[in-house]
Design a protein. Sequence first.
Length: 109
Amino acid sequence: MTPIKRAPSSREDSGALRQITTIHPRSYNDAKLIGESFRDGIPVIMNVTDMGEADAKRLVDFSAGLVFGLHGSIERVTNKVFLLSPSYIEVLGEDLKASEAQTSFFNQS
């Protein structure tokens, strides 16, 4: 009997994405947690539904500067949920033209 060697899955690849952080900030003070995770190369899902309008806008502005400075990207998932992706992550979706048109700076208006 000859054992069949299993092909490695993408989950077993040492360079594969292993972690995504979801953060539900309640105040602008949570910007530090978002920044530290993103700076460490971890994609961040930021849900600002629990924040006031002014603080949410301020946090999205902070995040836009963060991804610009680290050559990542920011994408609106819903009205108050955003995905911050490091430069080595490719985000695929149905709306590819909008993603391609979006540069490293995010305009939330």
